[in-house]
Design a protein around this ligand. Structure first.
Ligand code: HEM
Length: 487
């Protein structure tokens, strides 16, 4: 306790911040969660929704309803953490339980995963979390040398298609990326290309399965469906999982065969049954990795396009001279030396993290601290972090709303501690004891590869950001590419 200037006593947190009640409220049951959902998806958008609650309550820790709300969520009430400091409570497994909260207040039907709970839905206290996370580390380590060649195969062909089509008009990136990202991810992990084995519809099958899980988060599917109808269709009841059954069966067949040796490793090295290992392998590849790259590549392209020709020329120079020094090939070593390219990838992830929200239930009664105030949270309350605001915290990042390509060069690397896209600070490594993304290093590597492939081919390019695909990833359209002058 501390005495204030008015003589009243003020309770303090262990680090000396005043403890205050969390501002905000949940409104009228049933009606307010629906009203809030409409604001989140249609009237304000995700960023506007969180910003308005923070501004109205003059606090970055605030009570609010989280979409999709009624009638699909177990409970829409959350405590939102919206600054770089309070957000970190979500990274502490001793403080938050992360059981069945991957998608938030809503849990898809387990029949989409053959009845089991995939790794990201397991809490660190569950034994299976450790075995499966170790398996994910094994997968990534054993296939590391395949990432560069398989990326080259998939994305060189994507850029060939862009060049072939661009003479006759603008070329949408996202539809090409949908199949390239799936081919790349499966080829990198399993050594098999799904569009060759299953056929050209392979990535559609994965996309339909993803949509069946993520539809409560999607919005603005098409301008032909009025929003009230779309809201009823996407956000009120789960779409029947059977809509994805035949697609999932095709994936299951493909992964059983192409993943045979990994599944043997899962049994022999990690004691996992064939059933558990197979469905988790499908999930890691098709949800975590493919789902992530579907969103991440357009985000990176968006910021590259936005930054324009001056940055393009600097990147081209850095990338080409590193590749020249390694005998004309892209190597892990060459990519490691690309200071500006690395910074650009982190800056895109800072401004636009592909997975916007993280969730967890307070394990016990807790104190959460923002920069200047502390708040009590009760055991069992749901905490919801919104990364795009936490990583635009002006108390940490100067000109936080701006894309600053060099932000993480040299001394700027100190700020990586506040880059949270992987569900943990960029300076921390994923382990069996935390819930950080095991694909963290691969994602950063793939980001650098993407930038390198573009600027080995082109001196500059232009592309426009034209709305969102499903309300989840930016729709990017190439307008022109200028081939490298030294080719
Ligand atoms: C751009 C791509 C990716 C992004 C943005 C991303 C992001 C994330 C995030 C935010 C989480 C934490 C989710 C939560 O608990 O709230 C996570 C977890 C996870 N990610 Fe990634 N990820 C990506 C790629 C990958 C890749 C390539 C793999 C490869 C295996 C992977 C495997 C996983 C797994 C298994 C978990 C669960 C970890 C655990 O439960 O301890 N991710 N990822």
């Amino acid at each position: 306790m501390a005495e204030s200037s008015t003589g009243t006593t003020q309770e303090q947190s262990p680090s000396g911040l005043p403890i205050k009640p969390i501002p905000g409220n949940y409104g009228i049951p049933i009606l307010s969660p629906i009203y809030d959902r409409l604001h989140y998806y249609y009237f304000q958008g995700h960023m506007g929704y969180f910003k308005s609650h923070a501004a109205k309550n003059n606090s970055t820790v605030v009570r609010m309803n989280m979409a999709p709300g009624m009638f699909i969520s177990r409970n829409p009430r959350v405590v939102a953490v919206l600054d770089a400091k309070s957000f970190r409570v979500l990274f502490d497994p001793s403080k938050v339980e992360k059981k069945d909260v991957l998608i938030g207040t809503y849990m898809p039907s387990l029949s989409l995963y053959s009845g089991l709970r995939p790794l990201p839905n397991l809490d660190t206290t569950e034994q299976l979390h450790s075995s499966l996370k170790s398996f994910s580390f094994h997968l990534l380590a054993s296939r590391k040398s395949h990432i560069i060649p398989t990326f080259h195969e998939a994305y060189s062909s994507l850029l060939d298609s862009v060049e072939a089509k661009i003479a006759s008009g603008p070329v949408e990136f996202n539809s090409l990326n949908q199949s390239s990202a799936f081919d790349f991810t499966c080829n990198a992990f399993l050594g098999a290309v799904p569009s060759e084995v299953i056929g050209p519809s392979a990535s559609n099958k994965a996309a339909i399965w993803l949509l069946l899980q993520l539809h409560p988060l999607a919005s603005r599917l098409t301008k032909f469906i009025p929003w009230p109808i779309e809201d009823l269709l996407l956000h009120c009841v789960p779409l029947p999982p059977c809509l994805a059954r035949s697609d999932y069966e095709a994936l299951e067949k493909f992964f059983s065969k192409a993943g045979e040796s990994l599944l043997e490793d899962a049994a022999n090295k990690f004691g996992l049954s064939h059933h558990v290992a197979l469905h988790n392998l499908i999930f890691m590849t098709s949800f975590n990795a493919y789902g992530g790259f579907r969103v991440f590549m357009p985000i990176l392209l968006k910021w590259l396009a936005y930054a324009g020709e001056v940055l393009h020329r600097r990147l081209a120079q850095e990338i080409r001279s590193a590749v020249d020094s390694s005998n004309g090939t892209i190597t892990l070593n060459a990519l490691e030396n690309l200071e500006l390219t690395k910074s650009v990838v982190w800056e895109a992830l800072r401004l636009d993290p592909p997975v916007e929200n993280q969730f967890g239930h307070a394990r016990t009664d807790l104190i959460i601290e923002s920069h200047d105030t502390a708040f009590r949270v009760k055991k069992g309350e749901m905490i919801c972090g919104y990364q795009p605001l936490a990583m635009r915290d002006e108390k940490v990042f100067t000109n936080a709303e701006e894309f600053v390509p060099d932000r993480f060069v040299g001394e700027g690397k100190k700020l990586l501690e506040y880059v949270y896209w992987s569900n943990g600070p960029e300076t921390v490594v994923p382990t069996m004891g935390n819930k950080q993304c095991p694909g963290k290093d691969m994602v950063i590597l793939v980001g650098r590869l993407f930038v390198a492939h573009i600027f080995l081919r082109y001196d500059t390019f232009s592309a426009v950001h034209d709305g969102m695909v499903l309300g989840l990833d930016p729709r990017m359209v190439f307008k022109s590419v200028e081939k490298a002058s030294d080719q």
